[in-house]
Design a binder for this molecule. Structure first.
Ligand SMILES: [Zn+2]
Ligand SMILES: [Zn+2]
Length: 119
């Protein structure tokens, strides 16, 4: 059985690897994170994704009709969208999922502050 280190707590976990790719683009700037997660931190990141991004696709099957990034912030609905957030998750032997959301400056900043990162 393979053993993987969790990027968030540094503990090793057995079984299948759980990988999350998280990225965002704002103007000319973009960044990307890859996290390997233990089962406990899969829960933590799942909760963060459910709160901050929208589930677009699971196993290649669209989960929404609304696939275009909105011109207006999808969080506050007020300010223009200046950032695009996206994530790909490969966790718990489930089908790979795609998440995305367009956010304004303010909401994007809040999401970034709270974003899962390696310890
Ligand atoms: Zn962990
Ligand atoms: Zn906003």
């Amino acid at each position: 059985m393979a053993i993987f280190p969790c990027d968030m707590c540094r503990k090793r976990y057995p079984g299948k690897s759980n990988s999350v790719y998280l990225g965002w683009m704002a103007g000319g700037y973009s960044d990307r994170r890859k996290l390997n997660l233990c089962p406990r931190h899969v829960e933590v990141v799942d909760a963060w994704l459910s709160k901050n991004l929208s589930l677009i696709e699971v196993g290649g099957v669209p989960q929404t009709d609304d696939v275009e990034i909105s011109k207006t912030c999808e969080s506050c609905g007020l300010e223009p969208t200046t950032q695009t957030w996206f994530a790909n998750t490969y966790v718990r032997s489930e089908d790979p999922a795609v998440w995305a959301r367009g956010l304004c400056e303010k909401c994007g900043g809040r999401v970034l502050q709270d974003a899962p990162q390696a310890a």
